[in-house]
Design a protein around this ligand. Structure first.
Ligand SMILES: Cc1cc2nc3c(=O)[nH]c(=O)nc-3n(C[C@H](O)[C@H](O)[C@H](O)COP(=O)(O)OP(=O)(O)OC[C@H]3O[C@@H](n4cnc5c(N)ncnc54)[C@H](O)[C@@H]3O)c2cc1C
Length: 428
């Protein structure tokens, strides 16, 4: 078995495969170091969020199957907690749920609609519920909050500690991880690297946001950037004013995605989209640094939590994640060629990679499990358009979300821009 990419997808796959069959010879090839990609630098929401739109899942299967997949995601949040405890991985795992604030009447109405919709689909108050302004403030004291949606299905984790810890565990199980080994091409049974060729029955492509760099895969997953900032550790007195005592992850009801967590060492780590997609799916270290986006993130964070006062931002970073043309996440194994893959998590990969790893292990070993029939297994998206259409479409979608928020702020009404752009970006 060869796994290309030592992020969470590759390492969870290696973990469950070596557990399932310790005799398997498993080699993980990583261009940089284990955890170099999104897995080592994300927002640490180990959540039950699944990127594929509900309607798309139902169209491909049924309401019951879509619900089964979401239930599997909820169990995955538990499973990650189980493994980190069992394997002694110090990943600061804390299952405090997620609070999504409503900071305008439009956001409140949208969150209420979303919770009602979730209940009509079979989720319960135990899965998602509205908090009134008082309950919300008790959890997270952000000014001008009218209420919030809350779900318990999320744990905050330290991403780099999780992925590096997992790499150590798989090595201790006998898996070989070759860092500094860039794969140049993948073919059935054959992986070519800068320093040699590896033959294997099964090859797993676990390169997510970097997939476009592989020959023949440029239009498979578009690399889209998400950027983050983190404050210095805050005093207990400041935390007493902010809340987040149980470390729930947090966001608000705007269109342009933002995400935050209270870290175990007392910082606020806060991120969001807003960085552009780069022409021809290019990926460069310099794209992780966008002063305009960092400034926007800092402005939003300080307006959300003025209790921060003069606390300094000490870290700024970013990374790329992968999006398929239909915004659907997928995992699969082509039995004819032995080529397997997982990815297209659209920024919801921390827990989903674990489900992907367990699913790939079952597919490879031929286990007749409930996982291999979940409705994302074997899904294939069509390819992205050639340039310049890809660049135009993705950046229009990204920009539309920012414009939609500005429009809502100006008019106090739900954005027409967001409604218009939904089909272009897949409705997510
Ligand atoms: C800033 C940011 C914040 C995020 N926040 C969250 C969050 O809070 N919650 C959440 O659920 N998701 C979040 N995500 C998304 C999540 O991190 C990813 O979906 C997930 O980590 C993907 O894991 P992966 O192993 O598939 O990919 P990666 O972690 O990107 O790993 C791919 C690996 O493959 C290696 N590689 C690539 N090409 C080659 C090659 N040719 N040869 C050898 N190796 C190669 C790379 O170096 C990399 O190490 C965030 C992403 C970013 C960028």
């Amino acid at each position: 078995m060869v796994v290309v990419g030592a992020g969470l997808t590759g390492l969870w796959t290696a973990y469950y495969l070596s557990k399932a069959d310790p005799r398997l010879r498993i080699t993980v090839l990583e261009a940089e170091v284990a955890g170099f990609g999104a897995s080592g630098r994300n927002g640490g929401w180990c959540s039950a969020l699944f990127a594929t739109g509900w309607d798309r899942l139902v169209a491909a299967s049924s309401e019951a199957e879509a619900l089964r997949l979401h239930r599997a995601m909820q169990e995955t949040v538990t499973e990650v907690g189980r493994v980190v405890a069992a394997e002694g991985i110090e990943a600061d795992y804390r299952r405090g749920g997620t609070i999504t604030l409503a900071r305008t009447p439009v956001q409140l109405a949208r969150l209420q609609d979303q919770v009602a919709l979730a209940h009509s689909r079979g989720f319960t108050e135990e899965d998602e519920r509205m908090l009134d302004a008082g309950e919300s403030a008790e959890m997270l004291a952000a000014p001008d909050t009218l209420g919030a949606a809350f779900t318990p299905h999320c744990a905050a984790i330290h991403p780099a500690k999780l992925v590096r810890g997992l790499a150590r565990v798989v090595e201790s199980q006998g898996v070989t991880v070759h860092e500094g080994t860039r794969v140049r091409s993948i073919a059935p049974g054959l992986v070519v690297t800068d320093t040699g060729t590896v033959r294997a029955e099964v090859v797993v492509r676990a390169t997510e946001g970097y997939t476009a760099l592989l020959p023949g895969a440029r239009r498979t997953l578009a690399p889209v950037y998400s950027l983050m900032v983190a404050t210095e550790p805050l005093d207990e007195a400041v935390w007493a004013q902010i809340g987040l005592a149980d470390r729930p992850t947090f966001s608000d009801g705007r269109h342009l995605i933002i995400y935050g967590q209270r870290t175990a060492d007392g910082r606020l780590a806060f991120g969001g989209r807003g960085a552009p997609y780069h022409f021809r799916s290019r990926i460069r270290p310099s794209y992780d640094v966008e002063p305009r986006v960092f400034a926007d993130l800092e402005r939003v964070l300080r307006s959300m939590l003025p209790q921060l006062g003069g606390a300094r931002i000490t870290h700024r970073w970013g990374g790329c994640l992968g999006i398929a043309r239909d915004w659907a996440t997928s995992v699969g194994l082509d039995r004819r060629t032995g080529l397997a893959w997982a990815g297209g998590y659209v920024g919801d990969g921390v827990a989903t990679t674990n489900l992907a790893g367990r699913t790939l292990a079952d597919l490879v070993t031929g286990a007749d499990s409930d996982l291999v029939t979940l409705p994302w297994v074997g899904h294939r998206s069509r390819s992205w358009e050639p340039e310049p259409l890809r660049w135009l479409g993705i950046n229009a979608g990204l920009r539309a979300m920012g414009l939609a928020d500005a429009e809502e702020e100006r008019t106090g009404r739900p954005s027409a821009v967001a409604r218009l752009m939904a089909p272009l970006i897949g409705g997510h």
